[in-house]
Design a protein around this ligand. Structure first.
Ligand SMILES: C[S@@+](CC[C@H](N)C(=O)[O-])C[C@H]1O[C@@H](n2cnc3c(N)ncnc32)[C@H](O)[C@@H]1O
Length: 317
């Protein structure tokens, strides 16, 4: 009998029964894991080490979920959890463009924490990928603009402008921000259909003010000029000074960027910085197209390099 039970033929014949028993055991263990408190699933308490590990993993996953909410893309469209290689690449690109490796490492860490904090406390979101935002916030102070006047063309919720104020203050600067944006309720992009914003917040002056208030006195003092950057009246109103920094992040079409670069030539201070957002971004080919055409003209700008999806230019003195 014993010889029969261990024979190949018997094992083959009994396999369906054995499989059925295995499935039943697995079902019982799964049910026990789902309903049992942790103590019952520890080794020695009647459940296998595998099951205990499974239970521990489940507990960890459950605990991790609320922590992920600090970083994932829900309510802002993009995840804020960059990988180590992404962070390292951004630091290397920043060091290349600014010539300051230590400053690049420090600013990336500070800018990353700031981004998470601003989106947690503010209304709306900052537009774009994490490394691009962190790169811009880090690069501008490191490039040591010749004065503290900052013009942001295209602000969406004003949250990036508020964060940039904070980064410039960290470098001992006294930033004065001017914003130009139609603040039309939604993000406007000629030629592109922009759906409802992931944040659920309307793009309007009230949101911009709330976010600027997070940046203290300099945020509250920021000038907001509602309108389009190519509008001569808007231009006249904000062309009353030379800007140490001009951020081109409004109309992303080739014609829109060309118009903003042409305006920037006239209002950026000697030695001033122009940040071209979404530079080389596959979704916005018009930016690189306008840049290439502009650089072939008799321009004051010299190209400094690229960090993530932003290009950096410096105006001649
Ligand atoms: C990509 S978002 C800006 C994001 C913001 N700088 C940030 O970092 O979060 C582009 C903004 O520019 C605005 N815009 C579109 N056309 C514009 C124009 N001609 N002049 C100024 N702003 C414009 C859009 O409505 C939108 O609010």
């Amino acid at each position: 009998m014993r010889a029969f039970l261990t024979s190949k033929a018997a094992r083959r014949a009994l396999r369906p029964v054995a499989d059925l028993i295995d499935q039943r055991i697995e079902r019982h263990v799964r049910r026990a894991l789902e309903s049992a408190p942790a103590a019952r699933t520890t080794p020695g308490a009647g459940v296998s080490p595998d099951a205990a590990l499974h239970q521990e993993l489940k507990t960890l996953r459950n605990r991790q979920r609320p922590l992920e909410l600090f970083f994932d893309g829900t309510g802002r469209g993009a995840s804020r959890l960059p990988s180590a290689p992404h962070l390292n690449r951004t630091i290397a690109e920043l060091a290349q463009v600014t010539g300051d490796r230590d400053g690049a490492e420090r600013n990336v860490a500070q800018a990353f924490r700031l981004l998470i904090a601003m989106e947690a406390l503010g209304v709306g979101r900052i537009a774009g990928g994490t490394m691009n935002i962190v790169g811009k916030l880090s690069a501008v102070p490191l490039l040591d603009p010749p004065n503290d006047e900052v013009l942001e063309i295209g602000t969406l919720y004003g949250m990036f402008g508020a964060a940039l104020i904070r980064m410039l203050e960290r470098a001992g600067r006294d930033p004065k921000l001017t914003i130009v944006d139609p603040l039309a309720g939604t993000q406007l992009q000629p030629g592109a259909t922009m759906g409802d914003d992931a944040s659920g917040t309307p793009v309007q002056g009230a949101a911009v003010r709330v976010n600027l208030a997070l940046a203290g006195a300099a945020g509250a003092a920021a000038r907001i000029q509602q309108g389009f950057s190519e509008d001569p009246e808007v231009r006249a109103l904000v062309s009353d000074r030379s800007y140490g920094v001009v951020i081109v992040d409004g109309d992303h079409s080739a014609a829109g960027v060309a118009a903003d670069l042409e305006w920037a030539e006239r209002i950026v201070a000697p030695g001033g910085i122009v940040v071209l957002d979404d530079f080389g971004h596959p979704k916005w080919p018009g930016i690189k197209e306008a840049f290439d055409k502009h650089m072939a003209t008799d321009t004051r700008f010299a190209y400094l390099g690229q960090v993530a999806h932003s290009g950096y230019l410096r105006a001649s003195a």
